[in-house]
Design a protein around this ligand. Structure first.
Ligand code: 2OX
Length: 446
């Protein structure tokens, strides 16, 4: 049964306002991880760091102060915000999440609450403003990534054990609040905040402070979207409070993993953030291990949308500000597919139909139109569809060739085979189903 909570979730069920409805329909997004870590790119003195490139500061092979002095090397002469935004547009991304400050504490905006910012680098200029403006110009909504954990701030603590810890952390909490209100003030078109670095005990113990801060930010920016990772409840519960209710506006736990069935998402909004290599968010020179292909990424996108979520693909621009060619190629390949098939991705939701082996169902929000995103054509060339009892298939056709109707053979009251004309599919493709209400059979046998 429900327990009394002061700092648990303040909402049951999905948000129904227009801003969140738009977020729900994005389908595909871009993540950008960029900062000082892009300069070493996962390598130091010729040796490769085995962890994630944006965590290289935590490698004991580098003195912390040596890493921190990378600020004096940050001069991204090939940085072009317009190019990044156009790459995202060509990919078909409808929102972008950009690291304003990662765990190392380096701020891509000229914050007045620390010296560890772009303003004190050779580059000097604000990076966030041109990025927000460029993405806004492309009609791509911006979400600001913010790491609470800040290895550069003297007040940061992993846990609070002594009086000194709690005094230092009080200062850190005010600093964090100041920076967040500063970001919301400087970039008012940002639709949301994507929090990270909130798993340590020090922050988990700040249930009341974080709850008040979240309320303050929502008041400051009505409609602001905040995920489930920002704060813990007074019992230290994260993502879901002590009553199992989702914290924040959407579930943020799907990092480099995708739910397998609808029950896994508990009726919540969610997005999945994904790296192209196995686990590299910041630029890593060694483009090694399993690099996801365009078809794998398309299947992940389709799977996420088929389960009611969004898929957010990460890009790690180089230290000089250019996006690496492999990522540009992927963006173009994905965009090429989206040009023909984005109708099955944008403003679509979980169709409520039994999953079939050939791929994924999506349903257009606000309509009965169904999409079958096909990755595995059966040798029979027949795609099985199970519909609810009171519906049948009015029309079915390839999204890419709407004039060519496909034969939908009724196998039984609720099962159909959609017969494909051409089974040599080199690419994933979409079949559209326009269901109609089933005519009453008229015969009663009762
Ligand atoms: C979105 C992604 N989240 C950051 C992260 C966090 N962690 C992590 C790893 C172990 C324990 C707790 C958190 N690993 N990566 C990555 O650096 C990237 O920013």
């Amino acid at each position: 049964q429900q327990i009394e909570l002061k700092h648990g979730s303040h909402r049951i069920g999905k948000r129904t306002d227009a801003v969140m409805q738009k977020w729900r329909g994005y389908g595909l997004g871009q993540f950008i991880h960029w900062g000082l870590y892009a300069i070493p790119g996962g390598e130091w003195n010729g040796k490769q760091y085995n962890g994630a490139a944006e965590w290289i500061r935590s490698w004991n092979g580098i003195p912390k102060s040596t890493y921190d002095s990378l600020i004096y090397k940050f001069n991204p002469v090939n940085f072009n915000a317009e190019e990044w935004a156009v790459t995202a547009k060509q990919m078909g991304a409808r929102y972008v999440t950009i690291t304003t400050k990662h765990h190392d504490g380096f701020c891509l905006w000229p914050s007045k609450y620390t010296r560890y910012t772009i303003a004190n680098s050779p580059w000097k200029k604000d990076i966030m403003k041109p990025l927000v403006d460029a993405y806004d110009k492309q009609g791509i909504d911006v979400i600001l990534y913010f790491s609470v954990m800040d290895w550069n701030h003297p007040g940061w603590r992993y846990d609070i054990k002594t009086k000194e810890d709690s005094i230092a952390f009080e200062g850190f909490k005010q600093f964090t609040r100041n920076q967040l209100l500063e970001l919301l003030t400087l970039y008012p078109t940002a639709k949301g905040l994507w929090f990270d670095g909130t798993w340590d005990k020090s922050w988990i113990k700040q249930a009341a402070f974080a709850d008040e801060l979240e309320t303050e930010m929502r008041k400051f920016r009505p409609g602001l979207i905040i995920g489930s990772r920002f704060r813990a409840d007074e019992n230290g519960k994260r993502h879901f409070d002590s009553n199992g209710v989702l914290m924040g506006d959407y579930e943020q736990g799907w990092e480099r993993k995708i739910p397998n069935k609808i029950e896994d998402v508990h009726g919540n909004d969610w997005d999945c953030v994904m790296t192209v290599p196995e686990n590299q968010w910041g630029y890593n020179k060694a483009w090694k291990g399993h690099i996801k292909t365009r078809n794998e990424l398309l299947e992940m996108t389709a799977k996420c949308v088929s389960l009611g979520g969004n898929f957010v693909l990460n890009f790690g621009p180089q230290g000089d500000g250019a996006i690496r060619k492999e990522e540009k190629q992927l963006a173009a390949q994905i965009g090429d597919w989206m040009k023909t098939n984005s109708e099955a991705i944008y403003n679509c939701e979980y169709a409520g139909l039994e999953k079939q082996d050939w791929g994924y169902f999506t349903k257009k929000t606000g309509s009965d139109k169904l999409y079958m995103i096909v990755f595995n054509v059966p040798v029979s060339g027949a795609l099985k569809v199970k519909l609810p009892a009171n519906t049948s298939i009015g029309k079915s056709y390839l999204l890419a060739q709407p004039a060519q109707l496909l034969n939908a053979e009724e196998i039984s009251g609720t099962e159909y085979f959609i017969h494909l004309k051409n089974t040599a599919a080199g690419n994933p493709f979409v079949v559209v189903l326009e269901p109609t209400a089933k005519k009453a059979s008229g015969n009663t046998y009762d």
